[in-house]
Design a protein. Sequence first.
Length: 91
Amino acid sequence: MANISNSKCRSYVQALLPFKGSNLCGDLLGNGIYVVWSYGQHWPLFAKVGDQWYENDDRYSVTTSKQRGQAHPHADTIKVPCAELKSIIER
C-alpha cells in the first residue's frame, strides 16, 4: 500500500489502487468493492461497486469535506446516506 499525501490520492482512487494518506485511505476489499475511507474504516466517502460509484452524502466535518474533495473520483456518483453506503459495502 502506497503512503501518499492526500493531495495526490485522486489518481489512486481513479485507478482503484490501495493507498494510505493522512486519515484517508483507499482499499480494495475481498468482495471486489473499492472504498475510500476517512478516519480508518469508520467513515466511507466513496465506494465503487462494479461500474458504479457511490458517494456518502451525510454531513462532513471541515477536514472530511477537504478529504472528499481531494479523493473525489471525478466520475458520476450516486449519493446515499452513510448507513446505506456501509450496507452497500458489506454486501
